[in-house]
Design a protein around this ligand. Structure first.
Ligand code: PHE
Length: 339
């Protein structure tokens, strides 16, 4: 009897399994409620008293070694599964490397910069947190000027005022203060306005503003530059300038391009007129030149400013400005093929 139990121990110790099923069969055979060990304990009462101690110890030994076997074999199998997860199927083709893409705002900004670079404009940048002078006063918008309401402002501090710039005209003021004419520069950047967010407006957006100052700069020069820009950017060669008002330019105008009325979308986005407004412009007010230490009797200049989002929405037919800021990969991925 005792020898039989010892034999069983050797059997258990030499047992090996490679699948979970095999281990389970083994467990049921030895440790199950109708298993060998259970039977042995039942037989225990028939063992003569003087053998009880040794017999009992040996069955316990068998029980422990069966239990250990089950635990170690299970671990081995689980580790094997994990390892498979790490290395996978080594003959499988590798995962494709996903290429990123530039954000449409960057794409359009770079495109605008490139168009103006070709006719000699440099790029200038400035701070997003501005003082009152560079965002308003120097631009012919003294304190309490009603036109300050044209751009709802996020103020950071009062007296002296610090604010989030409402346009990149502030960069042009800085540029004029630091450079002598001839000046030919564009200022791309992020701007902030305290406006309700909708499909067409956002409180954070991007602008490119342009400035040209030299002797004898005329409105005709401005118009020709804008025509060149619209041809290069949109492939459209008809523009019109509608009289408008900006405190820092005189005369001022809104620029419309003739988009056409060929498709239903053209009808919708131009509200049936065929014309689309794309930017504001004008001749730099002599007061602004004076504020920036440029002699208005010697020099004249033009300026213009446009929203990058608006241009991007037109170029790529994006219906809602909020899409630019949601960072939804399904949207961003569509710009992969554009350089
Ligand atoms: N700064 C104006 C704006 O943000 C745009 C503009 C720039 C208009 C230069 C005329 C000349 O609305």
């Amino acid at each position: 009897m005792l020898d039989k139990v010892k034999e069983l121990i050797t059997e258990v110790e030499s047992f090996n399994a490679t699948t979970a099923n095999e281990i389970e069969t083994f467990r049921i055979k030895y440790l199950g409620s109708k298993g060998i060990i259970k039977d042995l304990f039942t037989e225990f009462k028939n063992v003569p008293n003087e053998q009880k101690k040794e017999f009992g110890q040996t069955i316990n030994l068998l029980k422990n070694s069966a239990e250990n076997k089950v635990t170690t074999l299970k671990e081995v199998i689980e580790n094997a599964v994990e390892e498979k997860g790490v290395y996978g199927d080594l003959t499988r083709p590798s995962e494709p490397i996903e290429l990123g893409s530039r954000h449409p705002i960057s794409l359009v900004k770079n495109q605008i910069i490139e168009v103006f670079n070709r006719i000699g404009f440099t790029v200038s940048e400035g701070p997003e947190i501005e003082d009152d002078w560079h965002n308003f006063t120097a631009l012919n918008l003294p304190e309490y000027h009603p036109a300050r309401d044209m751009q709802d402002t996020f103020f950071i501090e009062k007296n002296p005022d610090t604010l989030l710039r409402t346009h990149t005209s502030s960069v042009q003021v800085r540029y004029m203060e630091q450079n002598e004419p001839p000046i030919r520069t564009i200022s791309p950047g992020r701007v902030f306005r305290n406006e309700d967010i909708s499909a067409r407006a956002h409180c954070i957006f991007h602008q490119v503003e342009g400035l040209y100052i030299d002797t004898d700069v005329s409105f005709a020069d401005l118009k020709q530059t804008l025509l060149y820009f619209t041809k290069e950017m949109f492939g459209k060669s008809k523009i019109r300038l509608r009289p408008s008002y900006f405190p820092f330019t005189e005369p001022s105008a809104e620029v419309d391009i003739y988009w056409g009325l060929e498709t239903e979308t053209d009808y919708r986005i131009t509200k049936g007129t065929g014309w689309l407004e794309i930017m504001g412009c004008g001749m730099v007010d002599p007061n602004v030149l004076k504020n920036c230490n440029i002699d208005p009797t010697k020099y004249s200049g033009y300026a213009f400013g446009m929203g990058i989002e608006r241009i991007a929405m037109l170029l790529y037919q994006i219906p809602d400005i909020r899409m630019f800021y949601e960072n939804d990969v399904r949207f961003l991925e569509q710009f992969k093929s554009v350089i």
